[in-house]
Write a protein that binds this ligand. Structure first.
Ligand code: CA
Length: 273
């Protein structure tokens, strides 16, 4: 994506989310949206509330690009050349145990567990790294275009590239098997970033927004969103804190973990629908 294109798409994404998150004109907590008749063409994204369950330490050296919670373990993929790792986070101490590191030529992006493998995208290198769970490289798989976020429903991979499109790709070949065009209240939603498959929906960060969105993978429509901007107020002495990024799901507690690039906090939150 060129810089001009980035600014253009950013403006559109910000506008769409400001409408949704800002004045409540699209969704108002007093509106009884559930009782408003809707058609598939006219689904209104609903704003969800949240509460903080716990706060954990997060390394300000971790430029978070992927976050996933598997069997009691928090996994993170980080970006920047020379600082792109796959690591496990000790939620008690915030200590990171690096499992694998990319060559300095590659900028790490999203990660996901798939079976006994872990995939890591690269931003501009047009290839995914595939590791075993101990961090030994199994292979790389080429793909076209940028890599941003990735998740899985257990069968297929879902991959974002900074646009409004989420590609459904084959885990062995990265061949595109389908595309999801993401819209919010009938407007295209660009800059889809980190992803998380949760109970049949795809949750996503939207780059440079403090909202996370819930997407119906069958239609691409945003069915709900959460304004997490209050979390920033809890980032004390953290001037390097950058974009909110990273969503992980604990299926046992049904809680989400969220953080951001170089944030010093990783939050466990409960979402109320
Ligand atoms: Ca994730």
């Amino acid at each position: 994506m060129t810089k001009a294109k980035m600014i253009s798409t950013l403006t559109m994404a910000a506008a769409a989310l400001l409408i949704a998150c800002g004045n409540g004109s699209a969704t108002n907590s007093n509106d009884n949206t559930a009782e408003t008749p809707t058609t598939e063409q006219n689904i209104v994204a609903k704003e969800y509330d949240f509460r903080i369950v716990a706060q954990h330490t997060h390394s300000t050296e971790s430029y978070t690009q992927g976050l996933e919670y598997v069997d009691g373990m928090m996994w993170e993929g980080t970006g920047r050349e020379g600082k792109s790792h796959i690591q496990r986070i000790d939620l008690t101490s915030g200590k990171c145990n690096i499992v694998a590191s990319l060559p300095k030529s590659d900028f790490g992006e999203g990660i996901t567990h798939f079976g006994d493998r872990i995939y890591q995208l690269t931003w501009l290198s047009e290839k995914a790294y595939v590791y075993d769970l101990k961090g030994s490289l199994i292979k790389t798989i080429p793909y076209r275009g940028e890599g941003w976020g990735i998740t899985t429903d257990g069968t297929r991979l879902f991959m974002s590239d900074g646009s409004s499109v989420i590609r459904i790709v084959n885990p062995e070949t990265f061949d595109t098997e389908g595309v999801i065009g993401v819209t919010i209240n009938n407007s295209s939603l660009e800059l889809i970033n980190e992803l998380e498959w949760i109970e049949g929906k795809i949750w996503a960060n939207v780059y440079l927004s403090d909202c996370i969105v819930e997407i119906d993978p069958a239609t691409g429509k945003v069915t709900g969103f959460v304004d997490l901007s209050p979390l920033r107020e809890l980032l004390k002495n953290n001037p390097e804190a950058e974009a909110m990024n990273g969503i992980a799901y604990n299926p046992e507690t049904k809680n989400l973990y969220v953080t951001g690039k170089d944030w010093n906090r990783l939050f466990e939150i409960e979402i109320y629908k």
